[in-house]
Design a protein around this ligand. Structure first.
Ligand SMILES: NC(=O)C1=CN([C@@H]2O[C@H](COP(=O)(O)OP(=O)(O)OC[C@H]3O[C@@H](n4cnc5c(N)ncnc54)[C@H](OP(=O)(O)O)[C@@H]3O)[C@@H](O)[C@H]2O)C=CC1
Ligand SMILES: Cc1cn([C@H]2C[C@H](O)[C@@H](COP(=O)(O)OP(=O)(O)O[C@H]3O[C@@H](C)C(=O)[C@@H](O)[C@H]3O)O2)c(=O)[nH]c1=O
Ligand SMILES: [Mg+2]
Length: 296
């Protein structure tokens, strides 16, 4: 089994290098090996590697920057997944791709299911939605995992931003009216590997439940409570910071103006993933403790 992995130095890509290794030969690439903004470079890469599986966690993930840098965001997030799909279809290869809670507008009162209609409100969200559609239209067998609020030891994320700011400031204001599930990169990588192990063992391709799946940790929180949890854990681990959890104050989205609009409800219902693949998803706090132990 030959696997082509993109974004090997990203949060999820880094963990996938470890998690996919037992499944077969992993050819891992980064931007220097192949710029995903260049469709011909993608085609050349896939044609030379000839993988049975393409795993594509690479993406343009700078949500606010994307509002001003639309062309790059659309090239990487919207066009590239379709090119991977076209090339995979020719090889009868599977494409595993990742998407986001930001494809939704966040107005639904309950957690979003895979059947809910996307309505992205940011350039990042729109580009990721177009990428889902391009892969779906490519004719390739595919799995799309929608996740949220990703954090890992390797790469940048909100938890690391909070630790950095807590070393510099005596108080912080963080939005408390956006709800979701922080999801660890190791969890995403491990679930991907478990599902690919099932794919490898499958008897007939017709029976495999390809398609789109929500993949997030169990539980829910808001950014402010999440920030408090990060700082409480850091304190418990003996890390010296300028502020404690009580110095993190809840604010509204309107009080924190940023270029890109974020959904108020980012919660994703994971029943489909659990029932189709028999997978258990731990609480977000479990992943946080594990990752913080590695960061601190
Ligand atoms: N981060 C999050 O909170 C969330 C992420 N997701 C999705 O999950 C997936 C994984 O995200 P995550 O691991 O956090 O992302 P990261 O931003 O950590 O990593 C993305 C990787 O993509 C690479 N990349 C960016 N542009 C290009 C390009 N033009 N050519 C080649 N490689 C490129 C980056 O390379 P370099 O480092 O050199 O820039 C980086 O290694 C993505 O699809 C993302 O949309 C979904 C929900 C939440
Ligand atoms: C740094 C900071 C952020 N915030 C707010 C801004 C925003 O509403 C929220 C999260 O901030 P960030 O900009 O770090 O998060 P953001 O980049 O929006 O994170 C998103 O990334 C993309 C890639 C995804 O796919 C999403 O699932 C989600 O993880 O916290 C504060 O309120 N105070 C602060 O000091
Ligand atoms: Mg960000």
């Amino acid at each position: 089994m030959k696997i082509l992995l993109t974004g090997k130095n990203g949060q999820v890509g880094f963990e996938l290098q470890r998690a996919l290794a037992p499944l077969g030969e992993v050819v891992a690439v980064d931007m220097e090996d192949c710029d995903l903004g260049n469709p011909e470079a993608i085609r050349a890469l896939v044609r030379s590697v000839k993988p049975q599986i393409i795993v594509n966690p690479a993406a343009y993930t700078a949500v606010d920057k994307a509002e001003a840098d639309q062309a790059t965001a659309y090239a990487v997030n919207a066009t590239a997944p379709g090119i991977f799909g076209e090339e995979a279809a020719k090889l009868q290869a599977l494409v595993v791709h990742y998407s986001t809670d930001y494809v939704f507008d966040g107005t639904k009162p309950e957690p979003y299911t895979e059947d809910d209609e996307p309505n992205p409100q940011s350039v990042y969200g729109k580009s990721k939605r177009l990428g889902e559609e391009a892969l779906q239209a490519s004719g390739a067998d595919h799995l799309i995992f929608r996740t949220s609020w990703v954090f890992g030891a390797h790469g940048g994320n909100f938890a690391k931003t909070m630790l950095k700011l807590a070393g510099e400031r005596e108080s912080l204001n963080v939005v408390a009216d956006q709800w979701g599930a922080p999801t660890s990169a190791p969890l995403i990588a491990d679930v991907t590997a478990q599902i690919l192990a099932q794919y490898k063992k499958r008897q007939e391709r017709e029976g495999f439940p390809f398609g789109i799946y929500n993949l997030v940790a169990a539980g829910e929180t808001n950014w402010c409570e999440y920030a408090k949890a990060v700082i409480a854990s850091a304190n418990a681990a003996g890390k010296v910071l300028k502020l404690g959890p009580d110095d993190i104050h809840p604010i509204t989205t309107a009080e924190y103006p940023v270029p890109a609009s974020r959904p108020a409800n980012s919660r994703l219902n994971t029943s489909k993933l659990k029932s189709r693949f028999g997978i258990n998803l731990p609480d977000w706090q479990e992943g946080l403790e594990h990752v913080l132990r590695r960061i601190l």
